[in-house]
Design a protein around this ligand. Sequence first.
Ligand SMILES: Cc1cc2nc3c(=O)[nH]c(=O)nc-3n(C[C@H](O)[C@H](O)[C@H](O)COP(=O)(O)O)c2cc1C
Length: 183
Amino acid sequence: MDDWANDLEKLWDFAWQKLHRGAADAKSPLHRPAFATAGRDGGAEARIVVLRSASPSRHTLEVHTDAASAKVAELVADPRATLLFWDPRSNLQLRARVRVEMVTGDAEAWEQLGEGARMNYGGTPATGTGIDAPDAYDKTPARDRHTRLIGHLQSLDAVYLGPEHRRALYSRDDGFAGTWLAP
Ligand SMILES: Cc1cc2nc3c(=O)[nH]c(=O)nc-3n(C[C@H](O)[C@H](O)[C@H](O)COP(=O)(O)O)c2cc1C
């Protein structure tokens, strides 16, 4: 039984340590979470994304995407999203519910991207559009399509599946003090 899993404050700190590392380290299992949104047809949508930054002081989780992608239209309609992480080394699942602020065409963020990474933003036709042949698309980078999705944490549900199970919920409403839930 890990000591940090028995204390609300330690568990919160441990979770943020893992998220912070997940953003910085491409080898971390937290580097590629599932990102879920409310679909335009009323169902749920989810896809894998790269975690770009995690700020324990601002309570933000940031990912980047193309302004022309379906998820952006979904977030315009409903800015609520969920990021889902699993860390097998610490037996910890983190479900972060966020409200997403979108920033498109940020010059500073664009400067920090390498040539290869810029290819992920822009291109014709937009991702998800039907094409006549498998290679009938072009990948021209476009700064005005690069979009920062800044997720402002609303709640964090932490599930620990060690020798004994633990579950805690941290909500913005109570300043993220945390409360235990039945696992
Ligand atoms: C390992 C991996 C990492 C990915 N990272 C991102 C990412 O950081 N941002 C992004 O928009 N899409 C990323 N994708 C692609 C998305 O999963 C998805 O296919 C794409 O964004 C279109 O999603 P949408 O049509 O639901 O908007 C990644 C896919 C994989 C497999």
